[in-house]
Design a protein around this ligand. Structure first.
Ligand SMILES: *Cc1c(COP(=O)(O)O)cnc(C)c1O
Length: 481
């Protein structure tokens, strides 16, 4: 494909985009969970307007675009207050949860290089339920992620395991509030006490839960202590492009004080260009996401958010009660906000997910790792709440269909074979075979995912990772339509 030889009129270009977009999921229908958080039409339109107003401004230089810095510091102050922080808490606006997490880990690394120079191979403790972004951070910044298990009933970090894993190389303990996978808050108070006792840092990942937890608590829900009011918590991450309903590209990373934030900031005076001060990973960046987030916080207000939280809480309570009363499904753990993981003792959950996809519902399959049950995940959002009854009805119908479906003998054999694979000896051909065996031939996205998910779950983790990278590597390549 080449850049068109002759330029096209705006109407033609926009028409082509509308045509392209027909292949995307229609998130406003409220049958896809996560991905797009939409409170109501008015809020979404306001975010759009504010975003567009600032989309060409460049946050790279706060001396030229002073209002972006002003909005950023105001957003950070609002978030710090929401999370029990005092006036010493500082932070930055980032492009998303991943960037917030990456920065918190990088800051911890650079803090340790300064304060604990004897540590040559830094480690951080991550419960198995901590977001994959921490593994990405470990990978990018050369820190060892020491994975600890969670309690098999509560899905909260196992405190004894955390205590046992801390050693003289540990620089950081990570807890989630809430974990994405199960929607529960780790025992933050106890974990932070361990960090404090050992003189190390404690990050609380509130990317998805941080915004809602205080609102749910205000509504009377039992919420585990998780924020800056807990002694020993030194940094937090919280996304605004999730339950604060900002447009994507909006999150904050917060630190207990400026001394700690100092380690986050990258400067470069060694090159021939402009004076470089980069507090975050991006350098040139649009003012759009900042303005969108600032606008929605002001428009919704605490009262508006509380109303939405009530709507989410009611829908979640109803869903959880119906699942707990069913014979086939179970809620894993005791979710503290509107995120639920649903397992089954009687049915293949991956088949359930596929059948629901055929009915237009996009549930998120999660693997059964470390002895945990495979399950599906739902991020309940305002636009999905009207569909809860219909979803439950479909789920119970689907249960009967899956129950009747014969189990494939083949799959059991493939899974046994999968367990024996070794990432080091898995060459391109073997990988291609494995991909096609699972129905992932690369040219396109498979319709049914159950077998693929089962296969992925059975593989050694490093083989699964290599396979996933191989799949993407095939998928993301231009092919003539
Ligand atoms: C979403 C999420 C992240 C990562 O955020 P992105 O915005 O997707 O980069 C990190 N931690 C938790 C708990 C999350 O839910």
């Amino acid at each position: 494909m080449k850049i068109p030889a002759k330029g096209q009129r705006p109407a033609e270009v926009l028409g082509a985009l509308d045509e392209y977009r027909k292949s995307d999921v229609d998130w406003k229908e409220g049958k896809v969970f996560g991905f797009v958080f939409h409170a109501n039409e008015e809020a979404t339109e306001l975010v759009e307007e504010a975003f567009v107003k600032y989309m060409w401004e460049n946050a790279l230089d706060p001396t030229l675009f002073r209002s972006i810095l002003r909005m950023e510091t105001e957003i950070v102050a609002m978030c710090a207050a929401h999370l029990g922080g005092d006036e010493n808490v500082v932070g930055n606006f980032t492009s998303g949860g991943t960037e917030s997490v990456l920065l918190a880990v990088k800051t911890a690394r650079d803090w340790a290089r300064d304060k604990k120079p004897q540590i040559k191979k830094p480690q951080m403790i991550v419960p198995i339920t901590a977001h994959a972004a921490f593994h990405k951070a470990a990978h990018y910044f050369d820190i060892e992620a020491v994975v600890v298990p969670v309690d098999p009933k509560t899905f909260k970090a196992d405190l004894n395991a955390v205590r046992a894993a801390v050693n003289e190389n540990t620089i950081l303990i990570v807890g989630s509030a809430v974990s994405f996978s199960h929607g529960v808050v780790d025992p933050i108070r106890e974990m932070a006490a361990i960090a404090q006792e050992r003189g190390i840092l404690m990050h609380v990942d509130g990317c998805i839960g941080g915004f809602l937890l205080p609102l749910f608590r205000r509504l009377g829900a039992k919420v585990t202590d998780f924020d800056f009011s807990v002694p020993g918590v030194t940094s937090m991450s919280m996304d605004l492009h999730k339950y604060a309903f900002a447009a994507k590209g909006a999150s904050v990373v917060l630190y207990k004080n400026k001394d700690l934030r100092q380690y986050q900031i990258f400067t470069c005076s060694k090159w021939t260009g402009y004076t470089m001060i980069n507090p975050t990973i991006q350098s040139t960046k649009s003012g759009g996401p900042v303005a969108g987030a600032w606008a929605v916080l002001h428009h919704m207000g605490y009262d508006g958010y509380l109303k939405v939280a009530q709507q989410l809480k009611d829908a979640t309570d109803k869903f959880v009660a119906a699942i707990r009363a069913s014979k086939d499904f179970e809620i894993l753990g005791d979710p503290e906000i509107s995120l639920v993981a649903v397992g089954s003792k009687t049915l293949n959950i991956y088949e359930v997910v596929d059948e629901m996809t055929l009915r237009g519902y996009h549930l998120g399959p999660q693997p059964g790792l470390d002895g945990m049950a495979a399950n599906f995940h739902m991020t309940i959002m305002p636009q999905t709440t009207p569909n809860i009854d219909d979803l439950l009805k479909n789920l119970f119908e689907v249960a009967e269909i899956v129950r009747q479906k014969p189990r494939s003998e083949m799959m059991a054999q493939i899974k046994d074979f999968a367990k024996t694979l070794d990432a080091k000896t898995l060459d391109a051909d073997a990988m291609q075979n494995l991909l096609s065996m699972a129905g992932m031939n690369g040219v396109g996205i498979p319709e049914r995912m159950a077998e693929i998910n089962e296969l992925l779950e059975s593989l050694p983790r490093d083989v699964a990772d290599k396979l996933l990278a191989g799949f993407y590597n095939e998928l993301a390549q231009y092919r003539k339509a």
